[in-house]
Design a protein around this ligand. Structure first.
Ligand code: PLP
Length: 376
């Protein structure tokens, strides 16, 4: 019986052709031919106002924190059940993070709790679309409007996912995607910032290019370029963009295969869900499913440990996910002490099953059989 890894990066087959083309073009630094092709493809496909490739989603979030004008003492509201970069990007600018709990039905931030966390110092709300399943954005948009806050979407896992038909990453003023090799569309390391608030796009381009107006210079809009703002080297090499373009071209085929596997998991495990022995992923009516992840929620930590060990004994690599950020060694001393029980619950009980392009339906069946076997 061959082992089943948790993830295996998928190559469409055109990556090396495009990298060769980039190399032979003689220009492999950032903002080259393939970077522009990726920008254009994403803008057309999802109707984003502006897009900027970055070296990672972490970089895109750091750009968002700069563009939001976050400074020392400002407060930013976000879920505790997320990756460190969501919070770190704002902590780097001196912000205090106000963590919200997850909702009972999904690991997403409980949007109904957000209003009570808003103070005079709140500047931004950062929803994270966990597993590519949309947060309930309408109430957040309303709060952002009422309190004049910036909405920044951590859409790292949310490519080709929708909220009431609107593409995620295109709803808040800013959005951040990841192309890390564990995501649906990959470039090894990589990310993208979407700028949906037109008044931020000129500055976004400057922050992206180390605080210079070099992009405007390349377009012939200014006759020399210089240091006009803060920024960093957020843009990836065109070699990375070439790899990414080969992936984006195949977005539909990649998504179709992931959905097929996801649906197979759901069908095979539905009986366990109906018997309430384990919880299956919940996709609310307002959200679509981009099949980024298939997870289960066990009843408690011991059961999850037992399930992971059982699967491991069958050569199947399943993994847990985030540890609550409000309890992390770095942030716990700064947290305001509120209990976030649903976040802790997901930290203890959520397990992610293997899901990657080359996983076969037979392998999904084998994994599902092993899970049925565990629950006897
Ligand atoms: C993957 C991920 C990130 C970080 O993405 P990188 O491209 O690795 O920087 C941030 N937030 C969430 C929710 C993620 O899943």
């Amino acid at each position: 019986m061959t082992a089943i890894p948790f993830n295996k990066p998928f190559m469409t087959g055109r990556e090396l052709d495009y990298i060769r083309e980039a190399v032979e073009s003689g220009k492999i630094s950032g903002n080259g031919l393939f970077t522009r092709r990726c920008h254009e493809l994403m803008r057309r496909r999802f109707d984003f106002h502006a897009t900027l490739l970055t070296s990672s989603c972490t970089d895109a979030l750091e750009m968002a924190a700069i563009l939001a004008g976050i400074g020392p003492g400002d407060e930013v509201i976000m879920p505790s059940y997320t990756f460190v970069s969501t919070a770190n990007a704002f902590v780097l600018r001196g912000a205090r993070i106000v963590f919200a709990d997850s909702e009972p039905g999904t690991p997403n931030m409980d949007c109904r709790q957000v209003e009570a966390l808003i103070t005079a110092r709140t500047r931004a709300i950062v929803p994270v679309h966990y597993a590519g399943v949309a947060c309930d954005m309408d109430p957040l948009l309303e709060l952002a409007r009422q309190h004049d806050l910036l909405l920044i979407e951590d859409a790292a896992q949310a490519i080709d996912a929708y909220y009431k038909g609107r593409p995620l990453g295109g709803i808040g003023a800013l959005g951040a995607f990841s192309f890390h090799e564990t995501k649906n569309i990959i470039s090894g390391e990589g990310g993208m910032l979407t700028v949906n608030e037109p008044s931020l796009s000129a500055r976004a381009e400057i922050v992206w290019e180390k605080g210079t107006n070099r992009s405007a210079f390349w377009r012939g809009e200014v006759d020399k370029y210089g240091w006009v703002d803060i920024g960093s080297s957020f843009l990836p090499s065109d070699i990375t963009a070439a790899f990414l373009y080969a992936q984006l071209e195949q977005l539909d085929a990649i998504q179709q295969q992931r959905r097929l596997l996801w649906e197979r998991y759901r069908a095979a495990l539905a009986p366990l869900g109906e018997q309430e022995r384990v919880r299956l992923p919940h996709v609310p009516d307002y959200a679509s499913n981009n099949a980024h992840m298939f997870y289960l929620v066990c009843r408690n930590l011991d059961e999850r440990t037992g399930l992971i060990d059982h699967l491991k004994s069958q050569g199947i690599h399943a993994v847990f996910h985030y540890l609550s950020l409000h309890r992390s060694p770095y942030y716990a001393p700064h947290h305001d002490g509120r209990e976030l029980p649903w976040c802790d619950h997901y930290a203890d009980t959520l397990v992610r099953l293997p899901l990657f392009h080359e996983l076969s339906l037979e392998q999904v069946d084998r994994i599902a059989a092993a899970i049925h076997d565990f629950y006897g």
